[in-house]
Ligand binder design. Structure first.
Ligand SMILES: [Zn+2]
Length: 296
């Protein structure tokens, strides 16, 4: 073969395709403002668009790295896996779906329960993984969160749950729905143990997760622009037969209407939560003796 012969001329067909794929990895279009953003700049900015401030979704591991000191944490209850109690089959069997999700995400189920330090204070954090069957809550997610709550109550360790979920997991039917009540009851005991729980709601937080723990925080914080709701907008429009207002079900809309306590940007979340926990611990120290004195 002559030295100047090439199998695939770079100016035609395959060559172009290859080049295009490569640049796609370096640059991406912001899904909000439509501007072209350098991926590295986006990653350095915690996956927040440097041009418009749009918060891209990030996975559960990245969440934990951002919240824990030096990104270090210990994972808990990592051995819990679902047993497919209903032998559920949709387009494929639930067992197959679980296996493919476990392989794709390297996670046993849709939540990571972790403990570590946040600005020097011990905290327990659970982060939901949207990529695992839409971050849906079945028996494993429910049990891991309940155990985290119980651990927090026992040792008076503050709890943070980062939600990103489509709601209860259809494939586990009523077993999923039972988790709502189980978690809510555990949170009641956490409240009695006077240990704070901060809920961080990210895009999207909907269905049974909104209907249980995500809205039960001592503070409920939304990430900017996150979709937060129970039913989807189309279902609501059909039910109430009215057009919904602009920006309905975003963090900002919910803050304005009293459903959230704050909307906090990703870069501020760790310090914001730490300051809130400082405040809670000061409040508790200040009020417990006084309440005891009045017999309350
Ligand atoms: Zn943007």
């Amino acid at each position: 073969m002559a030295w100047f012969t090439r199998d695939k001329p770079p100016t035609e067909g395959g060559g172009d395709e290859e080049r295009r794929v490569r640049t796609e990895g370096l640059w991406l279009k912001c899904e909000h403002c439509g501007q072209i953003v350098w991926r590295k700049a986006l990653e350095d900015n915690l996956m927040v668009c440097p041009k418009c401030g749009h918060h891209f979704r990030i996975d559960a591991r990245r969440r934990l790295e951002l919240l824990f000191d030096n990104g270090k944490y210990e994972e808990l209850d990592a051995d819990l896996v679902s047993t497919d109690p209903l032998n559920f089959v949709d387009s494929k069997t639930y067992k197959e779906r679980l296996a493919s999700m476990q392989e794709a995400t390297s996670l046993p189920d849709a939540v990571i329960s972790a403990t570590g330090e946040m600005n020097g204070r011990r905290v327990n954090i659970c982060a939901l993984e949207l990529k695992f069957i839409g971050g849906s809550m079945g028996a494993v997610v429910g049990e891991k969160i309940t155990r985290a709550i119980e651990r927090s109550a026992e040792r008076k360790t503050p709890l943070v749950i980062v939600s990103a979920s489509g709601g209860a997991r259809m494939q586990e039917g009523a077993v999923s729905l039972m988790q709502l009540a189980k978690i809510s009851a555990a949170l009641m005991r956490l409240d009695e143990a006077k240990t704070p729980f901060i809920s961080l709601l990210t895009d999207p937080t909907t269905g049974g997760v909104t209907a249980s723990f995500a809205m039960l925080g001592d503070l409920n914080i939304g990430e900017p622009g996150a979709l937060i709701g129970f039913a989807g907008p189309r279902v609501i429009e059909q039910t109430i037969r009215q057009k919904l207002p602009e920006g309905f079900q975003t963090s900002e809309f919910l803050l304005e209407h009293g459903f959230l306590d704050a909307v906090v940007s990703r870069a501020e979340q760790k310090n914001y939560i730490s300051r809130a926990l400082d405040f809670f611990s000061y409040e508790l120290r200040g009020t417990i003796p006084e309440r005891a004195a009045t017999g309350d």
